[in-house]
Design a protein. Structure first.
Length: 737
């Protein structure tokens, strides 16, 4: 314990030496003459970025923006919005807030653009296809945590990992979320032992936005992203004073989030965020004798600090602590004869300390040094029936990045060093699974930017694993504005991943299957290719966007989890054959009526792998997904109505023909529709919201195989393809100062 405390003190001490640049704040408006009076209207969703760079933001629902200064001043600022003439402004200092007044373009002078900014949009300046989910998008549904943040998103699928723990996992580009790099403010998180329940560790009210990037990410962020990257931006001290969120549903789940921020003096500000969750109501609506949801007691706290020396340095650092206890199983387990019934308990303790900082080398140079530091301790203690699974993880992460320009704004270089240290101590039943990873790395990246028309990012990195040797990671991202409102992006890159056999498959522990590791599992290795087209245009007097994309992931090696070969086993081995995932998606966003947003999308997934010598569909991956999401805000902005329909295609179910006939499942899951809705009423600084999830009450029948004999040879709670909880009603209150 003393060693852990000492290590934590050392990490926190390092935070004082990191730094970050200043910020430019402003707003974007347009003005119209009405008689003798000038009417000024804010522009929501205008693009604001530094000329010759990919560093940009979009204006918020009030037309405001905060843009980090990533270049030497004076420098040109580009401001653009569909239907308006692009403006270029020379910025010499950031001492005062600026106001940019855009003029309507002659081509669209007859059109009045009144669209409110969509809560979900694609970044126009990023060469990597990035879907940005703002806090307004997150508030369209009961977003209690990160796992519930994608209900209105077409790209990310969310489902339960088993029928008992309540754990949720995601899929991106047809593959499990383990192939997507999870980041919190550009620092890797939810790795290793944090995988099973990690999506519930970040409360929804704490999140400012989420960026979902598809395909391999920049080499600056590491070698792990294969199908994409999900980066969570948390609330910041300088943008929030006070926030409160209360939530309750008809299962008895209660949540309370509190955010308090204070500016200590001119240089210092701090923020404290807390979150409490409790579910103590035992509910079995499907009558299989097992709880539909586990009992949960959780407490989260995060303390964040920001130090800014104007024009010289800025430093953000903080720590977080999370404790959670989950209990599930048969109703009888919670009675006087617990030993005769199936039960599970999961205790989690997690501590994180991190910093994300930048520093200007000098006033006469464009060079910037950025540091990203993190320490994580994760402890997992659990039992599933008569099986025990315990483990702990210590992780140290460091990344030092150098950024500079070469002669002109069109050429930029990034380079640096990184290191990841992971130590795992795991025990499953009586078998130890211990591992120590030391992975230092070097990387370099060149960015070519030709005005607003073309951007190319060419990166390469090399990482050396203490056991597996060299990981060589090349990546290329291209973006071209072939027409004024038409953007084409392409990417190709390689990624690696070190599988965590136990943590990634805790759902299979809730079964009678034996875990058989047939050979030493090698690092997973894959190539990802992507091509997408985005077209913006004016429809119904408002901006509309169509995005079409294709991504392919081709595995060189993959850890195969085989539940088809033997009914009594789950086998783990390396890929011996082919494995790929093809994804095709078309999405349209428009505003057909004033303040009525509509999103429609369809995605087809072709995901196949070689399992037990047979090249076949990967189990539990929907063949297609459709989504229609509508959001209407009344003219006085008091009432908001949100409705989302998800159309889920069939997925392959592993072979169950060996079971008694009454326990067998079909070869494919049925197609099904899920419907979610919410109504929000705003008065002053209060939001009162109520809604329903799974309105049609669709449920997978008999989700637990052999539920009547949980200690028998046929028991399996991992064969899940659909929701196990039916219709759920909820009520909530938000307050923001």
């Amino acid at each position: 314990m003393k060693q852990k405390i000492s290590l934590t003190i050392i990490i926190l001490a390092l935070f004082n030496i990191v730094a970050k640049a200043q910020e430019l704040k402003g707003s974007v408006v347009t003005s119209h003459m009405h008689g003798d009076h000038e009417h000024v209207e804010t522009l929501i969703g205008a693009s604001v970025y530094w000329e010759g760079t990919t560093h940009g933001v979009v204006t918020d629902t009030d037309g405001n923006f905060t843009l980090p200064v990533t270049t030497k001043l004076p420098h040109k600022l580009i401001v653009s919005f569909v239907g308006f003439e692009t403006d270029t402004i020379v910025i010499s200092s950031v001492n005062e807030k600026i106001v940019v007044n855009l003029k309507e373009s002659q081509e669209l002078s007859e059109i009045v653009v009144k669209a409110r900014k969509s809560g979900s949009h694609y970044s126009r300046v990023d060469p990597i296809l990035t879907n940005v989910l703002s806090d307004r998008e997150l508030q369209k549904a009961a977003c209690c945590n990160l796992s519930e943040a994608f209900e209105t998103n077409a790209s990310v699928d969310v489902s339960y990992s088993d029928a008992m723990t309540g754990a949720k996992h995601i899929q991106l580009l047809g593959l499990a979320g383990i192939y997507s790099q999870m980041m919190a403010e550009n620092i890797p998180t939810l790795r290793g032992l944090g995988i099973p329940l990690g999506m519930s560790f970040i409360p929804g009210p704490w999140m400012e936005s989420i960026q979902v990037a598809k395909g391999t990410s920049s080499v600056v962020d590491g070698f792990e992203a294969i199908t994409g990257q999900i980066n969570v931006e948390l609330k910041r001290p300088e943008n929030t004073d006070f926030g409160l969120n209360l939530f309750v549903n008809d299962f008895g789940r209660i949540e309370n989030s509190l955010i308090f921020a204070k500016k200590i003096n001119h240089d210092w500000s701090t923020m404290l965020m807390t979150h409490i969750e409790n579910l103590s109501n035992k509910v079995d609506r499907n009558g299989d004798s097992f709880l539909d949801n586990p009992l949960v007691k959780k407490f989260n706290i995060t303390n964040r600090y920001r130090y800014e020396k104007h024009g010289v340095l800025e430093s953000r650092f903080g720590f977080s602590l999370m404790q959670e206890k989950r209990e599930g199983g048969q109703l009888g387990y919670f009675g006087d004869s617990a030993a005769n019934f199936y039960g599970l308990v999961i205790n989690t303790n997690r501590f994180e300390a991190n910093a994300n900082s930048r520093f200007f080398v000098s006033k006469h140079s464009d060079a910037i040094i950025e540091t990203r530091l993190n320490y994580t301790y994760h402890e997992h203690k659990s039992f599933y029936g008569i099986r025990d699974y315990n483990g702990n993880q210590n992780t140290l992460y460091g990344n030092i990045i150098y950024e500079d320009k070469i002669k002109s704004e069109s050429h930029k270089i990034n380079g640096g060093v990184s290191c990841i240290y992971d130590k795992y101590n795991e025990m499953f039943d009586t078998t130890d699974f211990n591992r120590e990873d030391v992975i230092p790395g070097l990387f370099g990246q060149y960015t070519f930017h030709y005005h607003e028309h073309f951007t190319g990012i060419f990166g390469v990195r090399g990482d050396y694993h203490n056991k597996h040797g060299l990981f060589f990671t090349p990546r290329v991202h291209l973006r071209s504005n072939i027409f004024e409102h038409t953007t084409v992006r392409g990417s190709i890159g390689k990624g690696y991943r070190l599988p965590n056999l136990l943590a990634e498959n805790t759902g299979l522990m809730i079964s009678s299957r034996q875990f058989i590791v047939q050979e030493e599992i090698k690092p997973e290795e894959a190539w990802n290719y992507g091509l997408n087209l985005s077209q913006s245009f004016v429809l119904f007097s408002n901006e509309a966007t169509v995005t079409a994309e294709y991504y392919r992931t081709h595995f060189v090696n993959q850890m195969i989890v085989d539940v088809d070969a033997d009914r009594t086993q789950v086998r783990f081995y390396n890929l011996n054959g082919k494995s790929f995932a093809n994804n095709y998606q078309i999405e349209i966003k428009l505003e057909p009526l004033f303040q009525f947003e509509l999103t429609a999308a369809i995605r087809y997934s072709d995901v196949k792998t070689t399992i037990n010598g047979t090249f076949q569909r990967k189990p539990f991956v929907n063949s297609y997904k459709g989504l229609i999401s509508g959001s209407y805000l009344t003219e006085n902005k008091r009432w908001q109505f949100d409705l989302t329909a998800q159309f889920n295609g069939s997925s392959r179910i592993p072979d169950t023909s060996w079971l008694p006939e009454e326990m067998q499942m079909p070869e494919k899951s049925p197609e099904h529709i899920l419907l979610n809705g919410q109504i929000t009423f705003r008065i002053g600084k209060f939001d009162i919201y109520c809604g329903a999830e799974n309105i049609t009450d669709f449920k997978q029948k008999n989700p637990i195989i052999g539920a009547s004999d949980p200690f028998g040879g046929n028991f399996d709670a991992s064969m899940l393809w659909g929701p196990i909880v039916g219709r759920v009603f909820y009520l909530g209150l938000r307050y923001k100062l």
